[in-house]
Design a protein around this ligand. Structure first.
Ligand SMILES: Cc1cc2nc3c(=O)[nH]c(=O)nc-3n(C[C@H](O)[C@H](O)[C@H](O)COP(=O)(O)OP(=O)(O)OC[C@H]3O[C@@H](n4cnc5c(N)ncnc54)[C@H](O)[C@@H]3O)c2cc1C
Length: 353
């Protein structure tokens, strides 16, 4: 038997598996998925889990049950590319013929002292559960700092405002405005929403170090009961440890078939891969499907047909009743993008579930 081993059952890994299960699998191929969790966590909604407006249970999608798929639970510890072995943290080896690395990303603390130790995360399911506990245990009228005014920081701040109207919430960003990679018009709309809903936005903050009850912008202390880090991402530790060519974000450089030049049997999908667009669930899913088509073509001894991945745009929420989005070059704001975001979530639950 040949083994296709998929590491990570998130957006990218599951898209690959679903696509392959929906087509003809060669009789001598077995698929194995390894994940630390017994279900997919809907990561795009972790901000709501952290804020306490949705439950853990509602953000789970069960992995597919299929006679051609073996699901194994465990923490992937390392990958030995030479001997084609993946080691679980327990030391147990798992052999592969084809490997798909789809382990996603973790926080990037940019070597800022105290950042990892004293801030909360929304990058993993278990980390987000802990963040939920800490945010919701903040004493009445306490304060929360959110470092990073990108999509996830903005969504978390707005959701937390709806969940805890009593808290003093601040978003601190390096740039001049929140959502600095979006058009200025969109940032202004979001800044205005924050003003009306009493969320403070502080620009040009360069975090120098973090202590238990405050973050520091040089000598200026900005106190908080809890600080949440949304100030950058990088691939998970297993990928950080792989000695392979990477881009500036630490993502593995892949060829046109999304595999590694020196190890063509190794494909990299989603947030771990260096792609021409920003990491997103949408990109990971589209890429996972493409990798499935590539592997299928190679199994049939055909030349894979590649089409350019086209992304549909970005949608963000500001609590349950407002949102924003970017469709091509068009900015959309208000209730419609919020409804669209809910619709996308519903469809993705149906697609994967
Ligand atoms: C708050 C927030 C909001 C977001 N909103 C959006 C959005 O609106 N639209 C959008 O497109 N993107 C959004 N994203 C980004 C999106 O979630 C990621 O880009 C996407 O999840 C990447 O998919 P992936 O398959 O690469 O990794 P993931 O979906 O993260 O899957 C990785 C899998 O690997 C498993 N894993 C990781 N390490 C190990 C290990 N060592 N051992 C075993 N298992 C392991 C994890 O359990 C997980 O199941 C958001 C992210 C956040 C945090």
């Amino acid at each position: 038997m040949r083994t296709l081993l998929v590491l990570g059952g998130g957006y990218g890994g599951l898209a690959l598996i679903q696509e392959l299960l929906g087509s003809h699998l060669p009789h001598d191929v077995e698929m194995v998925l390894i994940d630390r969790m017994p279900y997919q966590g809907i990561k795009t909604e972790y901000y709501a889990l952290a804020a306490g407006t949705v439950t853990d249970y509602h953000l789970r999608i069960q992995f597919p049950v299929h006679p051609r798929l073996t699901v194994r639970y465990g923490e992937v510890g390392s990958i030995d590319l030479e001997s084609r072995l993946v080691f679980l943290e327990t030391g147990e080896p798992v052999a592969y013929d084809i490997l798909a690395i789809a382990l996603g990303c973790t926080d990037n603390y940019h070597n800022i002292p105290g950042a990892e130790k004293y801030t909360c995360s929304i990058q993993s399911f278990s980390g987000t559960r802990e963040t939920y506990r800490r945010l919701n245990d903040v004493k009445p009228y306490g304060s929360v700092n959110i470092v990073g005014g990108g999509l996830s920081g903005v969504e978390l701040a707005a959701e937390l405002r709806e969940s805890r109207p009593d808290l003093n919430i601040s978003i601190l960003d390096r740039g001049e405005r929140v959502l600095s990679s979006f058009p200025a018009k969109l940032s202004q709309y979001v800044e205005e929403w924050f003003k009306v809903h009493h969320v403070e936005t502080l620009g040009q903050i360069s975090v120098s170090h973090v202590e238990k009850d405050a973050i520091f912008n040089g000598t200026q202390a900005i106190p908080a009961d809890v600080t949440v880090w949304t100030g950058g991402i990088q691939p998970v530790k297993v990928v950080q440890q792989l000695e392979l060519p990477k881009d500036r974000g630490g993502r593995i450089i892949v060829g046109s078939h999304y595999n590694v030049t020196d190890y063509p049997e190794v494909y990299v999908i989603g947030d771990c891969a260096s792609l021409p667009f920003a990491p997103s669930a949408q990109a990971a899913g589209a890429q996972g499907e493409q990798v499935a088509n590539i592997i299928q073509a190679l199994w049939r001894n055909e030349t894979p047909k590649l089409h350019k991945i086209k992304l549909k745009g970005t949608l963000g929420s500001l609590g349950k009743n407002a949102g924003f989005g970017l469709m091509g070059r068009r900015s959309v704001m208000g209730r419609v993008p919020r409804l669209l975001k809910s619709g996308v979530l519903w469809m993705s639950k149906r697609h994967f579930g």
